[in-house]
Design a protein around this ligand. Structure first.
Ligand code: SF4
Length: 445
């Protein structure tokens, strides 16, 4: 999902053959390259297994297959799981309730990883953005948005995206692959590392002085519960419902009371409208739903959210009406990016109200001023137009706040940091080639 710079602050409230696999649910048989993975396990060159992303039961199975008897494997898995997800510990030596003799056994066979940080940016408004890298060298992004009383982490589900929404910078990138469970939950854990939110005794100090993660800049006051990271939105790169199983399993680790222990009420999954997976999302994950609506007529939505050609507006709204657990207390968020002279007329606003009322939806609308990126085919609506649009929707009895753009002084719109890094590495390659040419010329003289 796009526009990670303009978070709904109310999100809670803001083919194995040839290395290809089919998209989940056989709804879009689009091949997605991915590395060969042992089920749920991130591959490593040193032969050790990364436990990040594994549930307790799978960890116990690994321990048992490595030689522990079933009872010991279960006990060790429980201990390691607690240290891993609840305490944020990455070093087996720091797992103090595990026998000292046992720790080297673990360290020889396993690691607890994190996504690699390529670049970290910190906006003057407190927004932070990280460019992260998978073990097989694919880059993706994660953003943290502090706000009054909450801190929202925007998590990516894929490297790139297949859906080509025209207003979205990530949509200009090809889909490389789905992120694994470990790469998804690893974003949340990395953010907790950065914010120092693990229990104090277990804080990981690996990052002190590096990569912008050594943070102590007074932002610790902005949540009522003393927590910095209070909410998660699956709204980063990718369409989460096209990576359903991994997103579900990662969010289960995030929601597990023995794990990261974040309430499902504080997690929002944003979809462009993959109707066949929406009910599963409600039933199997149970998190809040956000929908990238962005237009109220077929022609305009076909243009800016092309999945609309497959799953039209009326069917999408019916799927929202059927979404398990939606209620006035847990309203569905409709995201609407404001594009000048495209989707921002009074008639559009009135049609939005009509549609949401027709389906009797417990809805709120987030109006998102468009944040243009180089080469973007649209402009942002004027502030006056956005206000007028909002007013019409409000008068229709539906909450329609205008979101404040965040992090505009850093590479703000979703996908920009990755593009900037790629440009940088291309420039670096050009520089190295020029140096090589110069050396060859000098040698030939
Ligand atoms: S579905 Fe993909 S292209 Fe569409 S808004 Fe989300 S990330 Fe961008």
């Amino acid at each position: 999902m796009p526009d990670t710079n303009t978070f709904p602050a109310e999100a809670e409230s803001a083919s194995a053959a040839a290395g290809l696999m089919a998209m989940p649910g056989n709804i879009d048989p689009m091949p997605v390259p991915r590395p060969t993975l042992v089920e749920g396990v991130t591959p490593r060159e040193d032969g050790r297994t990364d436990l990040l992303g594994l549930p307790k039961k799978r960890i116990a199975e690994l321990f048992e297959s490595a030689g522990l008897d079933a009872k010991a494997a279960k006990l060790r898995a429980k201990q390691v799981y607690h240290w891993l997800y609840h305490r944020g510990v990455t070093d087996f030596d720091a797992m103090t309730d595990i026998a000292k003799t046992m720790r080297p056994w673990l360290a020889e066979r396993y690691v607890v990883g994190r996504p690699e940080i390529v670049e970290a940016q910190h906006s003057s408004d407190g927004t932070r953005k990280w460019l992260l890298r998978t073990a097989d060298a694919h880059d993706f992004e994660m953003v943290f948005i502090p706000d009054a009383g909450r801190g929202t982490l925007c998590v990516s589900s894929q490297v790139g995206c297949t859906l080509n929404c025209r207003f979205c910078h990530t949509g200009t990138m090809r889909l490389v692959r789905n992120l694994t469970v470990g790469e998804i939950v690893g974003q949340v854990m990395l953010a907790r590392d950065a914010l120092g939110e693990w229990p104090k005794s277990a804080q990981d100090t690996r990052f002190a002085g590096t990569s912008g993660l050594d943070d102590d800049d007074g932002e610790g006051d902005y949540t009522s519960e003393g927590r910095l990271l209070t909410n998660i939105v699956m709204m980063g790169m990718g369409e989460p419902l096209y990576n359903f199983d991994n997103v579900r399993d990662a969010l289960k680790l995030v929601m597990d009371g023995d794990g990261l222990a974040l309430s499902k009420r504080r997690i929002t999954l944003s979809t462009s409208g993959v109707i066949p997976q929406m009910a599963r999302c409600g039933e199997e994950i149970g998190v809040n739903l956000a929908v990238s609506l962005h237009a109220v007529t077929k022609d305009v939505r076909d243009e800016i959210v092309p999945i609309n050609k497959k799953y039209g507006i009326e069917d999408l709204l019916q799927a929202c009406a059927d979404y398990p657990r939606a209620s006035n207390a847990r309203r569905i968020t409709f995201e609407y990016v404001m594009l000048r002279d495209k989707n921002d007329s009074d008639a559009d606003a009135r049609e939005l109200v009509r549609l949401l009322r027709k389906y009797d939806l417990p809805a709120k609308v987030n109006l998102i001023p468009f944040n243009p990126w180089p080469g973007a085919p649209y402009e942002c609506s004027t502030p006056e137009r956005i206000r007028a649009f909002s007013e019409i929707v409000f008068q229709g009895g539906i909450s329609a706040p205008v979101r404040t753009p965040r992090g505009r002084d850093i590479d703000a719109a979703c996908g920009q940091l990755k593009t900037a890094a790629e440009k940088k590495s291309r420039a670096e390659i050009d520089r190295l080639l020029a140096e090589k040419d110069a050396a060859m010329l000098a040698a030939a003289e």
